[in-house]
Design a binder for this molecule. Structure first.
Ligand code: SF4
Ligand code: SF4
Length: 402
C-alpha cells in the first residue's frame, strides 16, 4: 500500500468510525499484515494467555490480545503508542496455544505506521536513529571512520582472507563508552587464546536487526546487503559476535538473501575455547553472581547452557538463579527497537530485573548482550541501593581470571 492510499484509508476510516457503530472488516489493512508475514493472527481465539505472560503487565496495562483483535477487524489505531510497545521478547509466542505470531503481527503494524510516517512522541527518536544508520551505518550517527577506535592500544588486525574468524563487535561495543570495554575484553581474551582473528573496522555496518523490528524493512535490507557484500568480498566464513541481536539476524534472517555464514556467539566460543584447553581460568573470582538470559540468545535461539557452564568453571564463583530465568527470562526492555525509544521511570523492566538480582543476594549481574547491559546500567544508576550491584558482560569476568 503506498503512502497516499494509506492516508486515504485512515482518513476514510476515521470518518466511518464517527458515523457507524458496527464497522466491517477493512480488507486493505489485513492484506498489509498478511503481506508482512503476520497472517497467523487470524488463528487467535482471544484466550488472553499472551497478556498473562507479557512483561508489560508487570509495569502497566497493555494487551497484545486486544491489538490482535483490532487487527482482525482492520481497526488498528496506527497512531497509538501501543503498537510500539512490544519488545519482541518472545515470551508470548511460546505460550500461545494457537501459534499466533504476535511479533510478526506487531512488526507488520509498525511497517504500516513507518510507511505512513506516524511516530508518537516516545517513538520519535527512531527518525534520528534511521538517519544515523543511513549516513554512517550506526544508530549513533558517529563517524564510520571511527568504528575501530575501540581497539586503541590493542593489537587487533583488520580481517584478511584465510583468518580463522571474523570478530563483529556490532554498534554498541564499537562506539558506546561502556560497551567498548566488552569489545576490548573480547579481543584480549581472543589474543590470549591465540585465536587468528580480525575485524572489519569501518567496513562493518549495523546488522540491521533492531531497525527491522521497528518496521523499517527497506533500511534493514540495505544494511544487510552492505554487510553481506563485505563478508563475501573479504572471504569471511565464520563470524563471532558480542550481540545476540547480530547473532539472530546473521543466523536466521540473512539466509533470506540466500547466504549462509557460520555464526557463533561469544558465550559459545568461550565455552569452546575453555573446553579445548585453549583458554585457562587461572585466577579466582570470589563473588556471588546471577546470570540474565538475553531474549535473543535464550528464547529466540535456545542458548542457555554455554554461558552458565563457562561461569561455573570459574574458581570461587557462586552462581545463583533469579526467578524468571532461562525460557521464562524477564526481558530487559531493549528489544524490538525499544532501546531507542523513551520508557518512563516506573515502566522499565530492567528495574524489576535488578530487584530480582539483589533479591537472590547477587553482587554481580552477568549477561552477554549490549542492550541488556545498557538498560541495566541505566537502572543501576537511577535505583536506590544500585551501587551495591555490579553489571558485567561475561567477557569482562573471564578477562579478570585468565
Ligand atoms: S495466547 Fe494466542 S490465542 Fe490466546 S489470546 Fe494470545 S494470541 Fe490469541
Ligand atoms: S513478545 Fe513479549 S513484549 Fe511482545 S507482546 Fe509478547 S510477551 Fe509482550
Amino acid at each position: 500500500m503506498n503512502q497516499e492510499t494509506l492516508k486515504n484509508h485512515y482518513g476514510e476510516r476515521r470518518e466511518l468510525q464517527k458515523t457507524v457503530e458496527t464497522v466491517a472488516p477493512y480488507k486493505e489493512i489485513i492484506d498489509v499484515i498478511k503481506e508482512s508475514g503476520g497472517e497467523a493472527f487470524k488463528l487467535c481465539y482471544q484466550c488472553g494467555l499472551c497478556d498473562t505472560v507479557c512483561p508489560w503487565n508487570r509495569v502497566r496495562a497493555f494487551s497484545i490480545r486486544r491489538i490482535i483483535r483490532e487487527a482482525t477487524f482492520g481497526l488498528t489505531e496506527i497512531e497509538s503508542e501501543d503498537i510500539w510497545r512490544c519488545t519482541t521478547c518472545g515470551r508470548c509466542p511460546q505460550e500461545c496455544p494457537r501459534g499466533v505470531e504476535q511479533i510478526e503481527l506487531g512488526v507488520s503494524l509498525r511497517r504500516i505506521a513507518t510507511e505512513y510516517g506516524v511516530f508518537p512522541a516516545p517513538v520519535k527518536p527512531i527518525r534520528t536513529i534511521s538517519a544515523g544508520l543511513v549516513a554512517q551505518g550506526n544508530p549513533f550517527g558517529e563517524e564510520r571512520n571511527n568504528r575501530a577506535q575501540w581497539t586503541e592500544g590493542l593489537s587487533v588486525q583488520p580481517f584478511t582472507e584465510g583468518m580463522d574468524i571474523l570478530y563483529f563487535p556490532g554498534c554498541y561495543p564499537s562506539y558506546d563508552p561502556r560497551l567498548k570495554k566488552v569489545a576490548r575484553a573480547t579481543a584480549t581474551i581472543l589474543t590470549k587464546a591465540g585465536v587468528n582473528f580480525g575485524i572489519l573496522g569501518e567496513k562493518e555496518s549495523c546488522c540491521g536487526e533492531s531497525i527491522r523490528k521497528t518496521g523499517d524493512e527497506e533500511l534493514f535490507k540495505r544494511l544487510a546487503k552492505e554487510n553481506i557484500r563485505t563478508f563475501i568480498d573479504s572471504g569471511v566464513k565464520r563470524i563471532l559476535v558480542s550481540s545476540p541481536h547480530c547473532y539472530h539476524t546473521f543466523k536466521n534472517e540473512y539466509p533470506e538473501f540466500m547466504v549462509n555464514f557460520e555464526v557463533i556467539h561469544i558465550s559459545q566460543y568461550l565455552f569452546e575455547l575453555i573446553d579445548k584447553g585453549r583458554l585457562e581460568l587461572t585466577k579466582e573470582y570470589r563473588k556471588n553472581i546471577t546470570y540474565h538470559d538475553p531474549c535473543y540468545l535464550g528464547r529466540h535461539n535456545g542458548i542457555y547452557d554455554e554461558p552458565r557452564e563457562v561461569l561455573k568453571k570459574i574458581p570461587g564463583l557462586v552462581l545463583d538463579e533469579m526467578p524468571d530465568s532461562r525460557e521464562d527470562s524477564l526481558c530487559c526492555g531493549g528489544g524490538g527497537g525499544r532501546i531507542w525509544m523513551e520508557t518512563p521511570k516506573g515502566e522499565r523492566f530492567s528495574d524489576l530485573r535488578l530487584e530480582q538480582a539483589m533479591g537472590v543476594g547477587a553482587e554481580v549481574l552477568v549477561t552477554c548482550c549490549p542492550y541488556c547491559i545498557t538498560n541495566f546500567e541505566d537502572s543501576r544508576i537511577n535505583m536506590e541501593g544500585g551501587e551495591s550491584l555490579e553489571i558485567k558482560d561475561i567477557t569482562e569476568i573471564i578477562q579478570e581470571v585468565i
